[in-house]
Design a protein around this ligand. Structure first.
Ligand SMILES: [Ca+2]
Ligand SMILES: [Ca+2]
Ligand SMILES: [Ca+2]
Ligand SMILES: [Ca+2]
Length: 626
């Protein structure tokens, strides 16, 4: 007898079941696993199992060694308990909580009416597999009975009795083929065709065979798979041109989910026997102006592969142009090893059999011709158009060419009519040249755009010819112009206008206009006479004037500040009498403001020294004639 001492407790290694029973009151005595096996398999009795359980508890708590005393239980069963619509060819799997072995009790499958169904069963690890010896009956309730002790765990602990129930499917209709692709008797089937057979219901693999054979009986290796109600058959190699194939779905090779066998089925088709043809070629046959970096693409009506002939690019004088070529799907790409030469005629020769379709049908010989670009780009349109007038001063100039262009020597100029070169920036996008002056253009000026020879070229390098376009910007406002008596460009007027604005710290058009008005109203005295006597500069120097001269000065100062201003002539009732009268209107933010600077009673936009309600207005004017 071996003896262990652990945690101060003496442990005895028991050699037989009687010793185990005798030690039923001593929880400190444990057995080894071989003893327990012996005990449980030779005399399964309740007291020894209970004792084993107690012993195991002690063993685990003492962490010496594991001795299993827990019976295996069913973890899952397939079909699940009370399952319905179970296939009549169902194989039953019962998964236990631990590996099992055969015991001494029985495993049975019986109908609800008590008829025993012949079965075979086997164990693999934790799984008990129960196979009915023949297909089940339709619509019958079955009970799987795993009797106590029919299986045990590996230490001999008996399973307790277990029952699971299921009802077999009532489906007795065999699956049938609904559609097949390629359709029966199809011709010109692509060489890489994957065959799909769609059934009337979901299917599963059966026991018969699925075959693809040629009409002379040769078997074509395939793989096949099932997804839902679709059987997919994939030949291991491409089909051969013009060969007739038979797809054979033998009886029982697939079944519906209830286990009903498909009936035998045959479908026939013939593989592609038609040569591939060219659908499009780029550059098109006889194309001109082909860019020198052109990569040639020949698109066929179906996927192709390399054949045995040659593909050549030659010049019209027969020189072979070294090229590489490749195939992707239905596109043959031919890439010359160097850029093409301007104006040269090229021939692409796709010789017979140089490519084939996937079934091996040779392409027929094919020739396409094109000429490399030898034509200079020309201006198609220019915006603003040549000799356009009233062009906005912030205009961006766009020149559209007959073809895409690229920068060459880049000599592009914009000049004003006096020959001054205007700084510009320019850019190219496709066939459009965009020219942007670096600052706003002047009003009322004629400009000339010069695109010098060779400033740009087409993508083949052909130089643009020299090109000139002219346009005139929009005229300046008459309400900003200097006139004989409104000398808004006079240095003294300009200096005063600036200082008034600066002294008022005016930054907006409105505050500038008001500051100028206030200065004239407050600094120019009134003299009574008719028509112009001094003009704007004279009035400033005299520091006095009538309504006409005061208005000349006001308008000149406003115009010098870049603010539009005009004259108004009317017949107005003053406090004592009616007089002919002149005053100003000043344009600010889309509105003309009345500005009469002869009276300190007036403010910008407001007239108080005569009756505006009864006045007769003769008109408004950029310049006065009196
Ligand atoms: Ca166990
Ligand atoms: Ca069915
Ligand atoms: Ca073909
Ligand atoms: Ca060209």
């Amino acid at each position: 007898m071996a003896m262990f001492l652990l945690c101060g407790v003496a442990l005895y290694n028991l050699s037989d079941a009687s010793a185990l029973s005798l030690n039923s009151t001593n929880s400190s005595v444990v057995n080894n696993s071989s003893v327990i096996n012996t005990t449980n398999t030779s005399s399964p009795n309740t007291s020894s199992q209970l004792k084993t359980s107690q012993l195991k508890t002690n063993l685990i708590s003492s962490s010496v060694q594991s001795t299993d005393s827990v019976a295996p239980t069913v973890k899952t069963v397939d079909p699940t308990n009370n399952a319905v619509n179970v296939a009549v060819d169902k194989v039953i799997n019962v998964t236990f909580t631990e590996p099992i072995q055969a015991g001494t009790g029985w495993i049975e499958l019986v109908t609800s009416s008590g008829t025993v169904v012949p079965i075979t069963w086997s164990i693999n690890g934790t799984v008990l597999t129960v196979t009915p010896s023949s297909v089940l009956s339709k619509g019958v309730k079955y009970l799987l009975l795993i009797h106590t002790g029919s299986v045990t765990d590996l230490t001999g602990n008996n399973v307790t009795g277990y029952v699971s129930r299921f009802t077999s499917s009532t489906d007795s209709v065999a699956p049938t083929v609904k559609t097949v692709d390629p359709t029966n008797n199809a011709v010109n089937v692509a060489a890489d065709k994957v065959i799909k057979v769609t059934f009337s219901e979901s299917i599963k693999a059966g026991t018969g065979w699925i075959e693809l054979v040629t009409s002379d009986g040769t078997i074509v290796p395939t793989n096949w798979s099932i997804s839902g109600n679709v059987l997919t058959v994939t030949p291991n190699s491409t089909l051969s041109k013009g060969v007739k194939y038979l797809l054979l779905i033998h009886t029982g090779s697939v079944k519906d989910l209830a286990g009903n066998n498909v009936a035998g089925y045959v479908s026939r088709f013939t593989a592609d026997a038609t040569a591939p043809t060219v659908k499009v070629v780029d550059p098109a046959n006889n194309a001109m102006e082909v860019v020198l970096s052109k990569v040639i693409k020949v698109t066929f009506n179906e996927s192709i592969k390399a054949g045995t002939g040659w593909i050549e690019l030659v010049t019209s004088d027969g020189t072979v142009v070294p090229s590489n070529w490749s195939i992707s799907g239905n596109v043959l790409t031919v890439t010359p090893n160097s850029t093409l030469s301007k104006g040269v005629n090229y021939l692409l020769l796709v010789h017979t059999g140089s490519v084939t379709d996937l079934a091996g049908n040779n392409v027929a010989g094919y020739v396409s011709r094109f000429t490399a670009d030898a034509t200079a780009p020309t201006v198609k349109t220019v915006d603003p158009a040549n000799n356009a007038v009233n062009v906005a001063v912030d205009k961006v100039i766009k020149v559209t060419f007959s073809e895409p262009i690229q920068a060459n020597n880049g000599w592009i100029e914009l000049q004003s009519s006096n020959g001054t070169v205007i700084p510009i920036t320019w850019s190219i996008n496709g066939n459009v040249l965009t020219i942007t002056p670096n600052s706003t253009l002047s009003k009322g000026i004629k400009y000339t755009l010069l695109i010098h020879t060779g400033s740009v070229t087409d993508l083949a390098g052909n130089n643009v010819a020299g090109y000139v376009s002219r346009f005139t910007t929009v005229s300046p406002s008459p309400y900003l112009q200097a006139t004989k008596n409104c000398q808004s460009t006079n240095a003294q007027i300009i200096a005063l206008s600036k200082s008034i604005i600066a002294n008022a710290s005016a930054t907006t058009t409105y505050t500038k206009a008001v500051a100028i008005f206030n200065w004239v109203r407050d600094n120019i005295g009134y003299s009574f006479y008719s028509n112009t006597k001094y003009g704007a500069v004279g009035t400033l120097n005299a520091k006095t004037g009538n309504c006409v001269d005061t208005t000349h000065l006001l308008i000149a100062l406003e115009r010098a500040a870049g603010i539009q201003a005009r004259y108004v002539h009317g017949y107005c009732k003053f406090s004592t009498a009616w007089y002919g009268h002149v005053w100003a209107q000043v344009y600010v933010n889309g509105k003309w403001y009345a500005a009469d600077a002869v009276s300190s009673r007036n403010t910008f936009g407001v007239i108080n020294n005569w009756n505006t309600a009864t006045a007769t207005i003769y008109g408004t004017y950029a310049e006065l004639t009196f």
